[in-house]
Design a protein around this ligand. Structure first.
Ligand SMILES: *Cc1c(COP(=O)(O)O)cnc(C)c1O
Length: 364
């Protein structure tokens, strides 16, 4: 028998969450964001679950886009960071991808490229995140430069919100974006397609970021975690966990008061205790920063981790888990235990837990 750790991915949960995004999106189309191997869930596994319903897929790597095409996916695919070198452009056309353009030298590369067919462009504007994109004042010139190229099929506008999940919200960035879109729409005499919303914006501000010309970009919500777990849980939002990380207890220690557990002995028993050792550690992607008290399910009973997470193992408190022993199933996160709760205990977000899932973990 192989090591008992595995990540179960539920295609029905993915579809359920996608449909929730679809309802919020109204007339918008949706890019299912499947970067980082579908947030650790497996690119093809996720794409397969959404095959018949996703309007498109958004990711970063040409190689991943190629995998989708080879697997028969015919939907639009968007490269969120655009292309990285002039040599990529021919493949972009060959694979019929859409691409973000966020830098003027990408326009120059495009102008110099030979392509089999014109490429749909999402012109990325920096409206305040100060990560990728053109300044609003540069938008008109970039639009004109792109629209003049025979290599370009269409140009839509795109931006990304820095604070859709937090206090500041989207108002300032949205106002800036809409002013650019309005000016350019009037100047060109035609509606420009656009793309704004990540999960947080779609969940909080659907009426402001959706519409018939919009493409939304839900990511984390498809996987059933909340983009703002301290305000609304995934369950409150109606999302279902797509990944359940399961393992088993592979060892049990009975310890006396004063005995310590794990590296550094950071946990000391204050009473007689039973400690279960779980086959899952930081080399599997479980966060090492999760200290004593991180929630964990023993069979279906909520318990807590004890001491430091090791590379391949972690310890769980079995003292009040009657009947638990070697072979008892454990849920690290997923069904019955929101990944958001584990992430919070580890000082991080569910995004990081999912994406950090190690290649050595079987996905089933
Ligand atoms: C990752 C990403 C998204 C998805 O964000 P979530 O918070 O996971 O919904 C949307 N847009 C861009 C540009 C991204 O990089």
């Amino acid at each position: 028998m192989s090591r008992p750790l595995f990540a179960a991915v539920d295609p029905h949960a993915l579809l359920h969450n996608y449909r929730l995004a679809r309802r919020l999106g109204g007339a918008s189309r949706l890019w299912a964001v499947v970067k980082a191997h579908g947030y650790g869930h497996g690119l093809l596994r996720v794409a397969q679950a959404l095959r018949d319903e996703a309007d498109g897929f958004a990711l970063l790597e040409l190689a991943e886009a190629r995998l989708l095409r080879q697997a028969g996916f015919t939907q639009p695919i968007l490269l969120l960071e655009g292309f990285f070198a002039a040599g990529d452009i021919a493949q972009l056309a060959e694979l019929q991808l859409c691409t973000a353009i966020h830098r003027s030298d990408q326009i120059a590369m495009l102008a110099a490229a030979e392509v089999a067919r014109p490429i749909p462009i999402f012109l990325k504007l920096n409206t305040g995140m100060n990560r990728l994109g053109f300044r609003p004042t540069e938008a008109g010139a970039a639009l004109d430069a792109l629209r003049a190229l025979p290599q370009v099929a269409s140009v839509s506008l795109m931006t990304h919100f820095a604070d859709a999940d937090c206090g500041r919200g989207i108002a300032d960035q949205l106002a800036l974006f809409q002013s650019v879109r309005q000016i350019q729409t009037q100047r060109l005499g035609q509606n420009l397609g656009y793309s704004l919303a990540n999960s947080a914006a779609l969940l909080r501000f659907a009426d402001q970021v959706t519409g018939p010309d919009a493409w939304c970009r839900p990511g984390i919500m498809l996987y059933g975690a909340s983009p703002f777990p301290d305000q609304r849980s995934a369950a409150d939002l109606g999302l279902l966990p797509a990944m359940t990380l399961r393992s088993e207890i592979i060892g049990v220690q009975t310890i006396a008061p004063g005995e310590r557990v794990g590296y550094g002995g950071t946990f000391t028993a204050d009473r007689p205790m039973r400690v279960g050792v779980v086959a899952c550690g930081y080399a599997d992607g479980y966060p090492r920063h999760a200290g004593t008290g991180t929630p964990i399910l023993v069979h279906e009973q909520l318990s807590r981790t004890l001491g430091r997470v090791s590379m391949d193992m972690l310890a769980v408190d079995l003292t009040d888990c009657a009947g638990a022993g070697v072979g008892t199933p454990v849920t690290l996160w997923g069904e019955g235990l929101p990944a958001d709760d584990v992430a919070t205990a580890a000082g991080t977000i569910a995004y990081e837990l999912f994406c950090a899932l190690a290649p050595r973990v079987r996905v089933a």
